[in-house]
Design a protein around this ligand. Structure first.
Ligand SMILES: [Zn+2]
Length: 281
């Protein structure tokens, strides 16, 4: 993937290396926010940590040259998402309100509660920020066996996809259905929201390449490999040794790859109706 020397986004809040952003909170409010966060597709471990962890630990980790490169990479990819979504919104005569991206080390406070590196990257609708601990990229490459810069870019673009869903009201519409549906039905709806974020990441890749010529040989395969590796069926198999379909929140590996590819091939943000029946079953 071509990125070095390109514009880095200014919408990055760098909280690495310190405990900054940690506000002693807790209590029932935090738990409610935490639950909301889980329902929006977050990792329960985040909330568990929030409740258990009373004493903020100040990280003493120093940043290496390798990590600086990753930070720079993340800023360039975020800038690419701004270029693409700016242009798509402009074409419709609208203005794109870009999200902020928070880089943190180990733990930080988000508008959706406490975040730890265990949660993986996520988007918080309450403060419209994407949260990433850069160590996730190492995990992606080593634990999930999905190496490559474009695999990392796909993950960032997926989170920005959730921001698009927040801007256009899709996320709110899904959230509103929560009280009307059973847990199982709502979970299925959450999966569709996740798959649409994958689709939007594909749309982004299409236009980023059109505008900035970023793709090199093997890049799309790297993204598809990542989508395959972090599908819920694979994750569950790895963690528990068996699959529980009702607990899926991100979609199967096959579904994730299908939707990313569809977004990439069409480049059309309106072709991503993952909510229609029988899509990539
Ligand atoms: Zn997601």
């Amino acid at each position: 993937m071509r990125w070095m020397g390109n514009r880095e986004s200014n919408n990055v809040e760098d909280r690495r290396g310190g405990g900054s952003g940690l506000i002693a909170g807790g209590g029932i409010g935090t738990i409610i926010i935490g639950l909301l966060y889980i329902l929006l597709g977050g990792d329960p471990a985040v909330v568990v940590n929030q409740v258990i962890q009373q004493t903020p630990q100040v990280s003493t980790k120093t940043t290496s040259a390798e990590e600086e490169k990753l930070a720079s990479f993340t800023k360039v990819v975020l800038a690419y998402t701004e270029d693409v979504w700016d242009s798509i919104y402009n074409e419709r005569g609208e203005i794109y309100e870009a999200p902020k991206l928070v880089l943190f080390t180990q733990q930080t406070q988000s508008g959706c509660g406490f975040a730890s590196d265990a949660s993986g990257p996520f988007y918080c609708p309450a403060d419209k920020k994407v949260y990433i601990d850069l160590s996730f990229f190492k995990e992606l490459s080593e634990r999930f066996n999905a190496p490559g810069e474009f695999a990392m870019a796909y993950v960032i673009a997926h989170e920005v996809g959730h921001h698009i869903q927040q801007l256009n009201g899709t996320a709110a519409a899904v959230q509103q259905m929560k009280s009307k549906l059973s847990e199982k039905e709502y979970n299925q709806l959450s999966v569709k929201l996740e798959l649409q974020a994958d689709f939007l990441a594909g749309v982004w890749a299409h236009h980023a390449n059109r505008l900035r010529n970023i793709l090199e040989q093997g890049d799309i395969e790297a993204a598809l490999n990542a989508a395959n590796a972090i599908g819920d069926d694979r994750l569950q198999q790895q963690q528990q040794g068996y699959i529980v379909p009702d607990a899926f929140t991100h979609g199967t590996s096959k579904q994730r790859m299908y939707w990313f590819k569809k977004g990439f091939e069409t480049g059309d943000p309106f072709k991503g109706n993952t909510f229609a029946q029988n899509q990539a079953e």
